[in-house]
Write a protein that binds this ligand. Structure first.
Ligand SMILES: Nc1ncnc2c1ncn2[C@@H]1O[C@H](COP(=O)(O)OP(=O)(O)OP(=O)(O)O)[C@@H](O)[C@H]1O
Length: 553
């Protein structure tokens, strides 16, 4: 079926240009030169999508955006005067799915229209069936939980997936921010492009620019070949800036520029390369507080935080714990090839629901992994959970459980991030019976993908670039490298006359790899201790391990 678009702009030549472009793409269009004309067209016709200027002779295009997005699913994109980013952001907040700057660049316009068409086709396939849609199936298989707060979250994810607006995911560690980011990508018109997650806190600051924007061969010592940056890898897809609060201030300026200009320049290159990316970002830290403290740039915050999605803690959705536990028990049993999945006894399930989770869903999974290891049979009782004994006062009653669950609130304020809150009441930092500090602690961080193949979506899957898979090609365990160490010359045995055959960079990387493996062997694979031995940080060690393709396990 031929799509029909409504084009709204008072510049006759521009309208003609847009019409020609649309016609070449097989799309029919009507043109309105004013707000009132556009409204009357909308009253009398059905359009598949709308493209409107923001400054119209008799009013603002924002009014049209509001009207269309509040009454239909029709994608509406806005045309903004170059530099009026504030208006573009406001349009995204009130429901525009994308924007394009004047003067119009035709490749960008075509890209925008193609994305709109993908959204329309997605909607058509959803309407064509009464059965559970592939989108819903994907959501239900990856984001476990049926509580009210999770149902609201899932609906919000579907809406956000249609848009190109930057989304900032906030919430405590282990609440599923990365899971949600991947879902937004996989449900979006960008799903055929790459999803590129990057842990901003793990990249050493001196390597950041090269990692994000790439470099040309010979641009600095060690640049032995051209390297594509993460922005280019994500072009056509989604760049997920995880732990965005950890970006150094100097890098924040460069990122802001790249995001605004939609172009990047590799180190040592003279030309800018256009990139077409959607930015999703996340942190468990209070980013607005960091802005107040001057540790995060206000302008970057404003740019990445067009829509904020708050994820609920597990303690505010305890009804989901049995379902999540069942999901993880099946998953772990499959990953560990245990045959029959383990089961929780009733009292173990109750005990889990009473636990104060500091590490959220990640902690739940870790508890279950440990329990499976300790249990002699497939039945897991509360003793296997390894949780502290509860005092009577610690017991969470079902009434209290119900009261803790909160439903989403949606707010839109000019120049303020649109916050889609799907969080329950905030839990205070506490010390549990075993003396564990209950806050957003990183020891729970696993950084692994736990999607079972049985749970994967059968429809189009994106070419998802997982940083761990990019860097983790060599699946050998650290001790398997020991043989290499013994058969290769050590750093100290190199005499001055010998030059490395494969070049300095390869040689230094090999030495670095061997030293890291040596430290890991000395500490039985404990990365924190190995980092101490090497006089570096845990994060930096983990980054280097990925880079050098040393298996995390
Ligand atoms: N609703 C959920 N359903 C299934 N698995 C989940 C859910 N939420 C989180 N997980 C799992 O919990 C673990 C942590 O999730 P994720 O990494 O997305 O959390 P995060 O909020 O990004 O954490 P951090 O702030 O530490 O990066 C992962 O193994 C993920 O697959």
């Amino acid at each position: 079926m031929t799509a029909i678009a409504l084009v709204v702009d008072d510049e006759v030549d521009l309208c003609r240009l847009m019409q020609i472009t649309l016609t070449k793409m097989g799309i029919k269009s009507d043109v309105a030169y004013s707000l009132s004309q556009a409204k009357s067209y909308l009253e009398n016709n059905h359009y598949d999508f709308c493209l409107t200027d923001l400054q119209l002779p008799d009013g603002s295009g924002l009014e049209l955006v509001k009207q269309i997005s509040s009454s239909s699913n029709t994608p509406v994109a806005v045309i903004t005067a170059h530099g009026s980013m504030d208006l573009a952001i406001e349009a995204l907040k009130i429901g525009a799915f994308d924007f394009v700057n004047k003067p119009l660049e035709l490749p960008r316009l075509r890209q925008l229209v193609e994305n709109a068409l993908k959204v329309i086709h997605q909607d058509e396939s959803i309407q064509a069936t009464d059965e559970i849609t592939p989108e819903q199936q994907l959501l239900d298989s990856r984001l476990i939980g049926n509580s009210t707060v999770m149902q609201t979250l899932k609906t919000t994810i579907i809406k956000l997936a249609r848009s190109q607006a930057p989304v900032f995911l906030s919430g405590a560690s282990g609440t599923g921010k990365e899971v949600v980011a991947r879902l937004i990508h996989d449900l979006s018109p960008r799903r055929d492009g790459s999803f590129v997650p990057v842990n901003c806190g793990a990249i050493p600051s001196e390597l950041m620019e090269s990692e994000f924007f790439g470099h040309k061969k010979g641009s600095f010592t060690g640049a032995v070949a051209d390297k594509q940056g993460l922005f280019q890898q994500a072009s056509g897809g989604t760049l997920f800036l995880d732990e965005v609060a950890d970006l150094p201030l100097a890098m924040q300026v460069k990122l802001l520029r790249a995001i605004q200009e939609k172009t990047v320049r590799a180190i040592g290159d003279t030309k800018e390369v256009p990139v077409d990316i959607r930015i999703l970002s996340a942190t468990h830290k209070d980013l607005s507080q960091l802005v107040k403290d001057g540790e995060f740039r206000q302008d970057l915050y404003y740019r990445i935080n067009v829509i904020e999605l708050k994820l609920p803690t597990l303690n505010t959705r305890r009804d989901d714990i049995p379902l999540l536990a069942k999901h993880f028990l099946a998953l772990i049993s499959e990953e560990w090839q245990l045959g029959t999945p383990a089961e929780l006894t009733e009292s173990a399930c109750t005990r889990l629901q009473q636990h104060e989770f500091a590490g959220n869903v990640r902690e739940l999974r870790n508890i279950l992994e440990r329990a499976i290891t300790l249990a002699e049979t497939t039945m897991i009782s509360d003793t296997h959970l390894g949780l502290p004994k509860l005092n009577d006062s610690d017991t969470v009653g079902s009434k209290e459980l119900a009261e803790r669950e909160d439903i989403s609130t949606v707010s839109t304020v000019n120049n303020e991030p649109m916050i889609l809150q799907v969080d329950g009441p905030q839990q205070n930092t506490k010390t549990d019976n075993s003396g564990h500090l209950s806050n957003n602690l990183h020891p729970y961080r696993t950084h692994s993908q736990h999607y079972s193949s049985a749970f994967q979506m059968s429809t189009t899957q994106s070419d998802s670039v997982n940083t761990s898979s990019v860097y983790n090609q060599d699946r050998r365990k650290p001790d398997q490298f020991v043989d290499d160490i013994h058969t290769q010359p050590s750093l100290v045995s190199i005499s001055e006359a010998e030059l490395p055959q494969k070049g300095l960079e390869a040689y230094l990387q090999e030495q670095e790899k061997r030293l890291i493996i040596k430290a890991l062997n000395q500490t039985d694979g404990n990365k924190t201790q190995a980092a101490e031995l090497l006089g570096t940080t845990f994060r930096s060690l983990r980054y280097r391990m990925k880079k050098l393709e040393i298996d995390e396990e």
